[in-house]
Ligand binder design. Structure first.
Ligand code: MOS
Length: 735
């Protein structure tokens, strides 16, 4: 049976804390961990499939125009080459994981440098790669790429995106303010930079297309691929039990999957297509560069009367996504007079899409740097400034907040870090060659919920199985879903098997937007409640009076093992839906960052020396995986602050730094020991688990704290991220 749960009001029942097993929240290891670290877990490209041909994508070498001719004949004559394919079904989508809604990039029409235009298939990978490099393609090229966001006139076009927030009179508030900040920050484009490249193996049996692929959102991806191929969704099976990171880049299907699928159908044999690292960088969606004007109008005590956040971002023509830079600005701080607005420039670079906390990641880092500027202007401790600006209710929608631990995170983080906000003047501490300073920032990320189903079976042998097409992209889904079942059904974790990543299972929420744990976890909870009711019925008691622990049902003075109690397996499917809870409450996760940096007085090099993050994210389902998510976010924050930037050649629009050597994500040498504290919280509006999202919170604001620490260290305010040594050197004091 399927049990539907619609989240249309807060769930105060707090089921998980009332259970007896005592494993929810514990820092259990991930059951997939040793398989991954020992190399046993197969990733998409690693399946051994008999008679599998190898495909290599060919990418466009112009940034705008059309393919006129593909000279296939010479390449087809090469040893082992089976086909050169440029089939109209090999479309790419905007990669947002929304089938049918997103615009399609056609294979013959070039919209950006690096867009896939053909697939070469051969018996071996080496043959295919050799042939792909020799394939000659004639183009008709249109105008060269436009340089975005440089000046108001430099745009190809420039249009408002979405509904701006326009409330009161910000200009007047700025004029009347005792302390005012009006600053413009910029951020460069980012790559998702998942470790596992995009890879697919497709097989066609004449009716069903089966693909091993690296994806985040299987139920949507299934529809997308079916739509691309002209099949019914049930004719497509996707398998992705292990995914080596996604960070947004695998929300939707990518070119290698449609190409592998078309080739498999054409050739009648399995085809594998793996993007090279350079291809991943060039064709998979990026985070937009941004230009953000922030205006803060405060009274003598630092209380905000006016709040402005206006951003320019970019995307390809026709795309329906714009980096939602102002998302956190809508609810984080007070300010009656508000202007929030996003403008979209249409440019010819690879699709801009969701990358690691779309919106907040780059929006918060600029806002929090601007808040630091206000703290300096007003002489108020930055922590205190933020505490004074926590709104009573949502500043424009008037909604109440659900559980919100911002103030506590600010205080707990400051305490752990040893924050001293009494004197924020820069250039005060010098250690050898290094200027040393501290900085802080708030964190917040909106809480998203997504529809999800999961099937739970309690077997007569006293074990349980969970099945969902949900993915685990390295986040810990396997372990937390097992913990929810173990807690609800009274089973130790080793008695629960979690099976994910196959569209043959009920459709989960997929992984994205930090919604996975709360959404699919709630579907699992609902299924377990239905099973508990069946057990209670068999025992003739109320479900609420039933204690399940260590494989036994305990009621009154009876204690019966499941192996005796169950005559047949009990199977229930939980179906979780958001019923508009987010229209009743402003629901978000919160936190605070505290950082110490050293800036080299001679070279301008910045080293993060220590960093504390305090987070309130609702119930942590597993203390270890939740902490790890926050650690990962803080590491990305270091990248966003100091090193990560996509560099495009203005002459032809090609991406210059298209590998992990030149696009620098933080490595061990860049990252000090990081300190994460999870502030205890239950949010009844977050989910029936009273959990909220975890995955993206740790990046949201982190880079702002680093920028603020750099200013405190050396007195240089860099308003263009990343803060590379050259930008600091220009302004460092003489030594
Ligand atoms: Mo995410 S960047 O919504 O996978």
């Amino acid at each position: 049976m399927t049990r539907l749960y619609t989240m249309d009001k807060p769930d105060d029942r707090n089921r998980l804390d009332a259970m007896a097993q005592g494993i929810i929240g514990r820092p259990l290891d991930r059951p997939d961990g040793s398989a991954k670290t020992s190399g046993v877990a197969p990733y998409a490209a690693e399946y051994k499939i008999a008679d599998c041909a190898e495909g290599v994508l060919v990418l466009a070498t112009i940034s705008r125009g059309e393919v006129v001719e593909i000279e296939s004949a010479p390449v087809l004559a090469m040893a082992g080459v089976l086909a050169v394919i440029a089939d109209p079904r090999m479309i790419t989508r905007s990669a947002q994981g929304g089938a049918g809604k997103s615009p399609v990039r056609e294979i013959h029409k070039v919209d950006y440098f690096g867009q896939p235009v053909a697939l070469v298939v051969a018996e071996t990978f080496e043959q295919a790669r050799d042939a792909a490099t020799r394939l000659r393609i004639a183009y008709r090229a249109d105008d060269p790429a436009k340089v975005p966001l440089e000046s108001e006139n430099g745009h190809a076009s420039h249009e408002p995106f979405g509904e701006p927030v326009q409330q009161g009179n910000l200009d007047a508030a700025m004029r009347d303010a005792v302390h005012a900040v009006d600053v413009t920050y910029t951020t460069e484009g980012h790559a998702s930079a998942a470790m596992e490249p995009h890879a697919s193996i497709a097989e066609w049996d004449g009716n069903t297309l089966t693909a091993h692929s690296s994806l985040q959102m299987l139920k949507y991806n299934q529809k997308e691929l079916a739509d691309a191929l002209g099949l019914k969704p049930e004719q497509v099976r996707l398998i992705a039990p292990y995914v080596g990171g996604g960070f947004g880049s695998k929300l939707g299907i990518s070119a290698e999957l449609t190409a592998a699928a078309v080739a498999a159908i054409e050739l009648g044999r399995p085809v594998r297509v793996v993007m090279s690292r350079q291809q991943v960088f060039q064709t998979v969606m990026r985070r937009s560069e941004t230009r953000q004007r922030i205006r803060l109008a405060a009274d003598a005590e630092g209380r905000l009367d006016g709040f402005g956040h206006e951003a320019w971002v970019s995307n390809l023509p026709g795309e329906k996504f714009a980096e939602p830079v102002t998302q956190a600005s809508e609810f984080l701080y007070r300010g009656e007079h508000r202007t929030l607005r996003i403008d979209l420039a249409r440019i010819h670079r690879m699709t801009a899409g969701s990358v690691r906390a779309p919106g907040e990641a780059v929006g918060m880092q600029c806002l929090e740097a601007a808040m630091d500027e206000l703290a300096l202007a007003s002489g108020i401790d930055p922590v205190e400034l933020r505490l004074r600006n926590i709104p009573e209710q949502h500043p424009s929608e008037g909604l109440p907040y659900s559980s919100r631990r911002l103030a506590e995170c600010l205080k707990v983080g400051a305490e752990r870090f040893g924050w001293d906000g009494s004197d924020r003047r820069p250039l005060q501490r010098r250690e050898g060659e290094w200027w040393v300073g501290t900085g802080m920032a708030s964190a917040t990320r909106v809480h998203n919920l997504n529809e999800a189903q999961a099937k739970v079976t309690l077997s007569t042998d006293g074990t349980a199985i969970v099945e969902s097409d949900m993915t685990d992209i390295g986040t810990g889904t396997y372990v937390i879903l097992g913990q929810i079942v173990g807690e609800m059904l009274g089973l130790p974790p080793e008695k629960v098997l979690v099976q994910l990543g196959d569209t043959r299972y009920p459709p989960g929420s997929g992984s994205g937007g930090s919604w996975g744990a709360a959404s699919t976890g709630s579907a699992v909870l609902v299924a377990c409640e239905a099973i508990r009711e069946q057990l209670a019925q068999q025992l003739g008691v109320e479900e609420a009076d039933l204690t399940l622990k260590d494989g036994e049902a305990i009621t009154g003075n009876r204690r019966i093992p499941f192996t005796e109690l169950l005559k047949t397996d009990l199977t229930e499917t939980g179906h979780f839906k958001n019923g508009g809870i987010d229209e009743q409450f402003a629901i978000a996760m919160y936190g605070a960052f505290f950082v110490e940096v050293g800036v080299n007085a001679y070279t301008g090099e910045t080293r993060v020396r220590r960093m504390t993050g305090a987070f309130g994210l609702g119930r942590a389902l597993n203390a270890k995986t939740a902490t790890s998510q926050c650690l990962g976010g803080m590491v990305w924050g270091i990248g966003s602050a100091l090193t990560e930037e996509l560099v495009f050649d203005p002459r032809d629009g090609h991406l210059v730094n298209h590998d992990l050597a030149e696009y620098h994500v933080p490595v061990n040498a860049d990252v000090p020991a990081l300190d994460v504290v999870l502030v205890d919280e239950r949010d009844p509006a977050g989910s029936p688990l009273q959990a909220k999202g975890v995955g993206e919170l740790g990046i949201c604001g982190a880079a702002g704290a680093i920028a603020n620490a750099i200013y405190h260290a050396c007195g240089v305010r860099v308003r263009s991220f990343p803060i590379t040594p050259d930008k600091l050197l220009e302004q460092l004091p003489e030594v």
